[in-house]
Design a protein around this ligand. Structure first.
Ligand code: NAD
Length: 515
């Protein structure tokens, strides 16, 4: 496919290592005609994928785990060099991906022969739901987790018998090609997993040529993608931005919580949709908590383009620095205090945003209202649990949240009151890797859920099938004189309010059906 693209276009995407500036590769951009061709090839190959049957498909998808383990070193190198994240974080993604392989292949097996359901009041009928693939599922991906998201969200679609057409972020084409080669190494038919590269126009073409859309990215682009998908009336899931709150109660284990907050904000250099973006600390512990946070941020090792054992890597997408600077300046102008960091450090050829701790934050500041997407720990205080919930929920987003407390019962109650599709207690971010949990948000954070068993159902069409006995004719036209009595008898027999009413109903039904 890429060679055909190469012949037709002269526009390239240059992939660079954000830490060293090294050019990692050049990739042809796909125009609308290329995407159409890729979709056509995927559509043709999908038929042979379906023909393999569920066990054949599952065997291949399960092989992906072994392929990832065998190629772990290459995965760590490619992902770390193009995305900037530590090798350990890149390798860590094998775990949630493998969890998703197991989950979705199991679901595919379970649903292969359809699911028998009650025929309700249709006596003697057999009712069954069958799940059929949609055809070609289009995926448009962001730059922050190109390996994990790139594979994980294709799995339920493939397990359900679809082909996939993915456009990775234009800043991660190398990882996109790695993802494709891992699937091909596992044995998927050539052409089933299509990668197209490019910017907005390529993404638009993916929407135009797919039968369903999985979009992960910013809220602004998500709205545009949603509108285009609605024009075509195709199913979609939109996973968008977040401004996720962490609530630290007065009874939290401060040192443990501080370390968890640092990890929950700085994981993937803070470029995480469900990473902590706002911290609300009970007024009685805000000061000691800040001291513990400062202790932990000082422990973090920054990448310099040479070392591999670092915690915070270079900004994957350098223009994001403008957002960091704007949010920081805004907070400082409006009265926040900078306790640590607050600047980009040039190490090697990369720019690393230093973990940044701010106190005295208020909801007038941009950082507490909009997604910053960086290693920021902005602290604001509250006086009681109700105020904490009110502040945390005062957001147009609703992706994830966390509560930190020794009182698990109260924390559990608060978790139920917090806005967001994912709430963690005494932890953050990590539940996003739990394959069995649905992932997604409310409000500006998106529509629908990825991950969890139900992710499978995003990419299938449900076919209801009913087999009726001869007796069904009793309720056909032309209606018989006994029809009214039969219907009422049936209604009482099935849904009567008491045993007596139900028995009378059945008696009337039987008598009228014989008359
Ligand atoms: P982005 O919205 O700028 O781009 C996402 C993808 O959409 C890219 O591949 C881009 O090329 C493509 N695109 C851009 N314009 C398009 C258009 N008009 N039509 C079709 N495709 C188009 O996002 P990004 O900067 O790559 O990623 C960061 C964002 O992603 C953050 O907001 C983050 O919160 C979000 N994100 C959300 C989740 C989640 O699960 N909720 C996960 C990861 C990242």
């Amino acid at each position: 496919m890429n060679q055909q693209i190469a012949k037709r276009l002269d526009k390239f995407i240059e992939s660079r290592n954000p830490a060293t500036g090294e050019i990692l590769g050049e990739f042809r951009q796909s125009d609308a005609a290329d995407v159409s061709e890729a979709a056509k090839e995927a559509r043709t190959t999908q038929k042979s994928w379906v023909a393999l049957g569920v066990d054949g498909r599952n065997r291949i998808l399960n092989r992906l785990i072994g392929v990832m383990l065998d190629r772990a070193d290459e995965i760590a190198s490619v992902v770390s060099s193009e995305n900037g994240k530590p090798r350990s974080e890149a390798l860590g993604m094998i775990l949630p991906i493998s969890g998703n392989v197991k989950l979705h292949t199991k679901t595919a097996r379970k649903l292969a022969k359809g699911v028998k359901v009650s025929p309700t009041f249709f006596i003697g009928s057999k009712a069954r739901i069958f799940y059929q693939p949609l055809g070609v599922v289009g995926l448009i991906m962001p730059w922050n987790f190109p390996f994990e998201s790139g594979i994980k969200h294709m799995l339920p679609a493939l397990a359900a018998g679809n082909a996939v057409l993915q456009k990775p972020s234009p800043f991660q084409p190398l990882v996109g090609e790695l993802v494709k080669s891992l699937f091909e190494d596992a044995g998927v038919p050539k052409g089933l997993v299509q990668m197209v590269h490019g910017f907005a126009e390529t993404g638009q073409a993916v929407i135009d040529h797919s039968d369903a859309i999985c979009f992960i990215g910013s809220t602004r682009v998500g709205r545009e993608v949603g509108m285009r998908a609605v024009q075509r009336l195709i199913p979609m899931v939109l996973e968008l931005g977040g401004n996720d709150p962490a609530v630290v109660r007065f009874d939290a284990d401060l040192d443990l919580t501080a370390r968890g907050l640092v990890s929950g904000t700085c994981f993937n250099s803070g470029q995480v949709c469900n990473g902590i973006e706002r911290i609300y600390a009970h007024t009685s512990i805000a000061e000691p908590l800040t001291k513990h946070i400062l202790k932990w941020v000082k422990e973090l090792k920054l990448a310099d383009g040479l070392r591999t054992d670092y915690d915070i890597g270079p900004m994957t997408w350098p223009p994001q620095e403008e957002v960091y600077q704007k949010h920081l300046d805004d907070a400082l102008t409006k009265g926040a205090t900078l306790a640590y960091g607050g600047k980009a450090i040039k190490l090697g050829k990369g720019r690393i945003w230093s973990p940044t701790v701010l106190t005295g934050m208020t909801h007038e500041m941009l950082m507490m209202r909009e997604e910053t997407f960086g290693p920021f720990l902005p602290l604001m205080t509250f006086t009681d649990d109700d105020e904490a919930i009110r502040l945390a929920n005062d957001s147009q987003y609703g992706l994830a949240a966390s509560v930190w407390s020794r009182d698990i019962k109260t924390a559990g109650k608060m978790a139920g009151q917090l806005k967001g599709g994912h709430v963690m207690i005494n932890n953050a971010v990590q539940s996003g890797g739990c394959a069995t949990l649905p992932f997604g948000g409310e409000g500006d954070s998106g529509v629908g859920r990825l991950s969890g068993e139900q992710a499978y159902f995003n990419w299938v069409t449900q076919k209801s099938q009913m087999l009726s006995p001869k007796s069904s004719k009793d309720l056909w036209m032309p209606y018989q004189s006994n029809a009214e009595k039969m219907i009422l008898g049936l209604a009482k027999g099935f849904f009567g309010r008491s045993m007596g009413e139900r028995l009378v109903g059945w008696a009337n039904f039987l008598l009228s059906s014989k008359s």
